[in-house]
Design a protein around this ligand. Structure first.
Ligand code: AMP
Ligand code: GLY
Length: 426
């Protein structure tokens, strides 16, 4: 089969690397891709936010058998619906199902209606009413712009002053554009053992009938060591999550995952694809922090290397709604991804810096913001590369990943030195 993956980041490169292992894959394509995807796939220069342009490309290329749509924004505008309308087979939710990520208000109302454990919240479109509510609740309090905001639309406010300022930024100054037309104001959850709270990312395959959680992972969202600095798209991940147990998985399946699949069906929004559960362990059990309608980035970079089963077999089973027939197996051990970022990320950063790569042993370079310019590998984004390594445990995988990091450099490169060190039990 010839398979095209939509997206430009580390997640897409990781998906392509996993698909490359499939015996059934003949040729891979990536729209638009990066320097890493170009090594294993043909990069296609079409704007994937333009549904009509992608459909036209697909009609001109009948040799492509299957499309994998991964980023949140093309899912939210209905790229899967568009491709399916011309008879193309896809992995990824349709527009109606992708609402679970595209509107936080929708997700919160769904959880409330179907009693899925999450933080208490109220939703506002009126600034005055929102301000009154924030003042009545006090801090700490969490503000979330309703729409997609590149992962930046959430403000965890420790003081009332911060909350009032944040409310103004989102609703009046429109810091996140129209994503802030509606706002979700919610209770600040605290973790069971760690401050500010222990979070786990659980990605799951679902065909709308069956849901199968993948191996768990944890993200490091802040820019600097010790969870200092601004929130980023993710500075590194490790798998599995240290506090995850079989018992916890059973609880989460029963109280969160299966009810979510059923709720989406009941709403006439059958979800088919990868459903991502961002969860927090609290003193009142596991609660949903957020849903994503797609694979996480950089979670995918540590989850897929642990997958033993053919990824294309799983994708097709989801499309054909026969996921219950597939046995999904995972490797033992652990996996770590250290993100190498451009100087200044997540605020402003330069592009086009030449990257030097030495001898990488026992690790894989997963490309995110990279390009080739005049035959040279250069930076082309904030998060540039992920260095991924496996080991018998997180500590061993960490050592391998960090020794490979020493082989990579460019002017301004920065990364966290503490990826993999958190939530250690005992
Ligand atoms: P999100 O974009 O929804 O994942 O939120 C970004 C981050 O904000 C999460 O990873 C949490 O660390 C934090 N966060 C979101 N909602 C809450 C909440 N209700 N209580 C505490 N922290 C939260
Ligand atoms: N790493 C978090 C996300 O993909 O949203």
């Amino acid at each position: 089969m010839n398979v095209l993956v939509i997206g430009n980041g580390g997640r897409e490169h990781a998906i392509l690397l996993a698909l490359k292992k499939s015996k059934r894959v003949e040729k891979l394509y990536c729209m638009k891709g990066n320097a890493g995807t170009a090594e294993i796939a043909e990069n296609i220069n079409v704007d994937y936010m333009n549904v009509e342009a992608v459909k036209a490309f697909a009609l001109e290329h009948p040799e492509i058998d299957y499309y994998v749509v991964t980023p949140d924004d093309p899912l939210a505008v209905g790229l899967v619906d568009g491709l399916e309308s011309i008879g193309k087979r896809c992995f990824g939710p349709n527009k109606a199902a992708a609402q679970i990520e595209a509107s936080k208000a929708f997700a919160k109302q769904l959880m409330k209606k179907y009693k899925i454990p999450t933080a208490e919240c109220e939703i506002f479109e009126d600034y005055g009413a929102a301000l009154e509510y924030v003042r009545s609740k006090g801090a700490p309090i969490v503000l979330k712009a309703d729409g997609l905001a590149l992962g930046k639309g959430v403000l965890v406010c420790e003081t009332l002053e911060q909350a009032e300022e944040g409310l103004k930024e989102i609703m009046l100054d429109k810091a996140f554009g129209s994503a802030g037309n509606k706002i979700v104001i919610e209770e600040c959850l605290r973790g069971l053992k760690y401050t500010p709270g222990e979070e786990v990312s659980v990605l799951a395959f679902t065909d709308g009938k069956t849901i199968v959680p993948m191996i768990t992972s944890c993200d490091h969202k802040r820019a600097y060591d010790g969870d200092k600095g601004l929130n980023t798209g993710g500075m590194g991940t490790f798998s599995p999550c240290p506090f995850w147990t079989e018992k916890l998985e059973k609880e989460v399946l029963k109280k969160i995952m299966i009810p979510t699949v059923k709720a989406m069906n009941a709403e006439g929004r059958k979800f088919k694809g990868c459903l991502y559960f961002g969860l927090m362990r609290t003193d009142k059990g596991m609660k949903v922090i957020e849903y994503n309608s797609r694979f996480g980035d950089p979670e995918t970079q540590v989850v897929l290397p642990m997958l033993k089963t053919d990824l294309l077999d799983i994708f097709e089973a989801v499309t054909e709604e026969r996921l219950s027939d597939v046995k999904i197996e995972w490797e033992d051990g652990a996996c770590v991804c250290v993100v190498l970022a451009s100087g200044g990320y997540p605020v402003s950063y330069a592009k086009g810096k030449e990257i030097s790569v030495g001898d990488i042993k026992d690790a894989t370079l997963v490309h995110a913001g990279t390009a080739v310019n005049d035959g040279k590998l250069v930076t082309n984004g904030g998060r540039v590369l992920g260095v991924v390594a496996r080991g018998k445990d997180v500590e061993e995988a960490r050592k391998k990943a960090y020794s490979a990091v020493e082989q990579v450099s460019w002017d301004g490169m920065h990364y966290r030195k503490d990826i993999g060190i958190k939530y250690r039990e005992g």
